[in-house]
Design a protein around this ligand. Structure first.
Ligand code: IYR
Length: 230
């Protein structure tokens, strides 16, 4: 996408101006807060399909995220293929078995107890889509020469946040899942070594009997996460 030595600074007038009066702004902010409070990380999925167009739009929304030097150091692989999901589940469960058998360490495993997770990952097959998020350690110009990327974890984190929000906005639920290590995903999905798989996001409709861990709904109060200096 980027041609070496062709990128120059050229200011263009702000294309989209979002004019709101104070009252509309307050309502918009509080409505969005209420909307986000209804987002839940879900581990139990219905097998009902979700159209590819919805997933594409949500990923395109993630692609609007700000990034270091606008290098957009991310790639998303969206998988609905049942055999591929099965293979991902089997590989992820192999890694998780070691983690839950003690590899994760005592403190980490204790921290996960109230979340109720274990090495069994049926959501990786039940969810109609898995989105694998890759972080690009470096990029390549059109002529094949490499360029550095900057603030990669921050940039990919912001894009993933936009993605999770877009999925919620589309009426879907998601699970941000991080099997470790995940290098098997490069081979399986044909991604280059320059990309690091950072997350698998299971996406779909919640199962009829879906539950969430009670502790997941304990969010820190605002006065704990905000210091104000008016
Ligand atoms: N990757 C494991 C363990 C795990 C780790 C964290 I941090 C979580 O918030 C949840 C799970 C798994 O997916 O089970």
């Amino acid at each position: 996408m980027f041609a070496r030595n062709k990128l120059q600074f050229e200011p263009v007038p702000l294309p989209d101006r979002h004019a709101m009066n104070d009252e509309d702004m307050r309502r918009a902010a509080s409505d969005f807060l209420a909307f986000m409070r209804r987002r839940h990380t879900v581990r139990d999925y219905d097998r009902r399909p979700v159209s590819a167009g919805v997933i594409r739009d949500c990923i395109a929304a993630a692609g609007t995220a700000p990034s270091g030097a606008n290098h957009q150091p991310w790639h998303f692989a969206a998988i609905a293929n049942a055999e591929m999901k099965k293979a991902i589940r089997e590989a992820a469960e192999r890694e998780e078995k070691d983690f839950y058998a003690g590899g994760g360490g005592e403190e980490w495993l204790k921290a996960l107890e109230p979340i109720g997770t274990n090495a069994s990952k049926p959501h990786l097959e039940d969810a109609p889509w898995l989105i694998v998020v890759f972080a690009q350690r470096y990029g390549e110009f059109d002529d094949g020469t490499r360029y550095k990327n900057y603030y990669v974890p921050e940039s990919v984190g912001i894009a993933t946040g936009v993605l999770v929000t877009a999925l919620h906005h589309a009426g879907l639920v998601a699970l941000t899942h991080t099997p470790n290590p995940m290098s098997f995903l490069n081979d399986m999905l044909g991604r280059p070594k320059s990309e690091k798989p950072v997350m698998i996001i299971a996406v779909g409709h919640p199962a009829e009997n879906a539950t969430v861990p009670a502790v997941a709904k304990l969010k820190k109060p605002l006065d704990e996460i905000l210091s104000e200096f008016p």
